[in-house]
Design a protein around this ligand. Structure first.
Ligand SMILES: [Zn+2]
Length: 665
């Protein structure tokens, strides 16, 4: 790669891309909702949703709706969501009435309402941030004696546990239990003190006599031959007892991530086992122990921070947590001080459960024309027409907060940064780092996807990495209702504005995005409000009667109108301006006219014609981090994600160049 001296990353000025998502910025501080007692209303808003590009929401009752898995193992394939529980292969000759679940619509409306009302980031958790800081890390041994922690440098003596290239077996071991059978037939446990002799390359005797070391069994991985026995060298003087304690605690949190099936997806696939044999003791408990305890770790030091990890090239957990990056916008916890979105849509935070005042029905397709044959009509007119009834989507990259050049604001004057530090320069092999100030710890904002009126499905071969789906095509109409209970007139007006994005016109420019495939241009929908109904309660002759009254069109501007007055008082804010650009169906028209394929995942090419991942988007990130540096150890970030408002600035370009690795002449 980059250490091949005659290969270099270069900018390809002829080919550019617009990243499918961008960020609507946060304000200074989240709003708080009104505490005033005002008159409230109960009723519903009847809406029509029109699809502007193909839309897809999966019916997850069957992962093999088109019976493709028998030919392509692990290729998931779904029919559109409906109330029908599908059998394998059933979608091949049947077409169900499509339904868009209310929960999808509700989530979509909430995220737009959160921007407009400057509310909290309800959907962001407080997960541990992880990444790779330096590679490779150093082997070390932690010792705890009389409550004091010490870190020692270590040698890793190779212990063959897997077959080598010649096919020769190594020491017999059990990764789940973390045990190895020695040459003396005894069973040794991970992190236990063992005695051994070294051969030419690796340990050739494990048993009695010889040198003392600590056994360390890591994770299984492809091509792996050795685990190790760590032997102690000199003390790491800069690592203080308190720091070591903190680093152990942080590593415990990291191990939980590696062992969490919903985060480490490799666990289910059985391509990663979550370091089953690595047990990190609780530092508080260690302090209390009478006997001295030692265990092996991999460590790295950056600035005044110490980091431990379970392997030489594994991820590291940062000390800064995600919530520090969106301070002021944490999910509401105080029931007496909820933001506007939590007031209207509810919140389920531990301490602040507040039920929603809104319920969204599923959206049903408009009734079919009279006299048509149902399945034939659905096939030809409603679903996206393809020869075999489905389309195979380009593999969707999972969103990664580790793409710091997109997700985080660039800190002042630095070459690169992570969640804890920025690097301001390199001196030989050393980095000059500074801790990020709290001002520099900022996420770019709330993620939204661009609309792409020119979207087309590209030809894709089904594989285990992508999915096949049956989308609804554009210009399909769905009906749904939003039921509200005891909300104020102001909230009704805000809700209507959120639904319509300010124009109650099916031909309006401002659209929402729903369902799967948003980065590929799918999911654009325009919603209009048809009717507003109020329910009143009257007691007549001792019985309760509900009365439904349609709204006065004049009061609520519910005619088809190109513009509704914005009730949010946010028009001067950047977030309002940015939202109005990124929800504009035609925002990118100027760029798309020049290049219909410009909306794309980052484009990079690593120069290896035969490599399967030669054009994967991570190649761009790699190029972006190293094209300005002399070697693979010195990150130097060139490009960050352009800002939405750059679109209005004729001097600026919101696209980014493709990056290619090229052989230098
Ligand atoms: Zn909130």
């Amino acid at each position: 790669m980059g250490n091949k001296k005659n290969w270099k990353w270069e900018t390809d000025q002829r080919k550019r891309f617009i990243n499918p998502y961008n960020f609507v910025s946060l304000g200074e501080k989240k709003s708080s909702g009104s505490q005033k007692k005002e008159e409230t209303y109960t009723g519903s808003i009847q809406c029509t949703m029109v699809t502007k590009t193909p839309v897809f929401v999966p019916n997850s009752s069957c992962e093999d709706a088109f019976d493709i898995k028998s030919q392509i193992n692990d290729h998931k394939n779904y029919d559109f969501f409906s109330y029908h529980n599908l059998e394998k292969g059933e979608a091949n000759n049947h077409y169900q009435l499509p339904v868009i679940p209310g929960s999808e619509i509700r989530g979509m409306l909430r995220s737009v309402y959160e921007v407009l009302s400057n509310s909290c980031l309800s959907s962001i958790g407080n997960e541990l941030l992880t990444g790779r800081i330096t590679m490779p890390k150093n082997p070390g041994i932690v010792e705890c004696k009389d409550g004091i922690f010490t870190l020692y440098k270590a040698n890793k003596n190779k212990l063959q546990t897997y077959k080598n290239k010649k096919g020769e077996a190594g020491y017999s071991f059990n990764i789940q239990k973390g045990t190895v059978i020695g040459d003396n037939g005894k069973q040794y446990k991970n992190n236990q003190k063992v005695r051994f002799d070294m051969g030419e390359k690796a340990v050739d005797y494990l048993g009695d006599g010889g040198k003392e070391g600590i056994l360390y069994i890591g994770e299984a991985s492809e091509g792996k031959v050795y685990d190790g026995i760590f032997t102690r060298k000199g003390k790491v003087e800069s690592a203080k007892s308190e720091q070591i304690k903190e680093a152990i605690q942080k590593m415990k949190e990291l191990m939980e991530i590696y062992r969490n099936e919903s985060i480490n997806l490799n666990l289910k696939e059985k391509t990663h086992f979550g370091y089953p044999s690595v047990h990190i003791p609780d530092p508080l408990e260690l302090e209390e122990r009478k006997e001295t305890v030692s265990f092996a770790v991999w460590y790295e030091i950056e600035g005044d921070r110490l980091y431990f990890s379970p392997a030489c090239i594994s991820r590291t957990a940062y000390y800064t947590t995600l919530s520090q990056f969106y301070k002021g916008y944490e999910p509401c916890e105080n029931i007496h001080n909820l933001c506007k979105a939590c007031q209207l849509f509810g919140t389920v935070q531990k301490k602040a459960a507040h039920s929603s005042n809104i319920r969204v029905s599923d959206a049903a397709l408009y009734p079919l024309p009279d006299g048509v044959e149902k399945e034939e009509y659905l096939k030809k007119e409603v679903y996206y027409p393809t020869p075999n009834g489905f389309v195979t989507l380009q593999a969707l990259a999972s969103p990664k907060a580790s793409a710091k050049e997109f997700y985080l604001k660039r800190p002042n004057s630095c070459l690169t940064w992570n969640y804890d530090f920025k690097t301001i320069g390199y001196k030989g092999m050393n980095k000059e780092v500074r801790r990020l100030t709290s001002k520099e710890q900022r996420i770019r904002g709330r993620k939204f996807y661009w609309h792409n009126p020119a979207m087309k499905f590209s030809e894709q071969q089904p594989s285990e990495l992508n999915v096949s789906v049956r989308p609804v095509q554009k210009n399909q109409k769905f009906k749904f209702e939003i039921y509200f209970e005891q909300i104020t007139k102001a909230q009704i007006e805000e809700l209507i504005w959120t639904i319509t994005l300010g124009e109650n016109d099916p031909k309006g420019r401002h659209c929402h995005k729903i369902g799967m495939g948003k980065p590929l241009g799918m999911g654009s929908v325009k919603i209009v409000v048809d009717r507003l109904l109020f329910r009143t309660l009257e007691i007549k002759n001792g019985t309760i009667e509900y009365k439904i009254k349609a709204s006065d069109a004049e009061d609520y501007d519910l005619d088809i109108v190109p513009e509704i007055e914005n009730p949010f008082e946010n028009e001067d804010s950047s977030y309002y301006k940015e939202l109005m650009i990124i929800t504009d169906f035609h925002a990118l028209d100027g760029y798309i006219q020049k290049d219909p394929n410009i909306v794309s995942y980052p484009l990079g090419y690593n120069g290896k014609a035969e490599a399967a991942n030669r054009e994967a988007s991570h190649q761009w990130f790699h190029g972006n981090r190293f094209m300005g540096s002399r070697n693979e150890m010195q990150e130097n970030i060139q490009y960050t994600l352009p800002e939405i408002l750059d679109l209005n600035d004729s001097e600026k370009d919101i696209s980014l160049p493709k990056l290619n690795m090229k052989r230098q002449k």
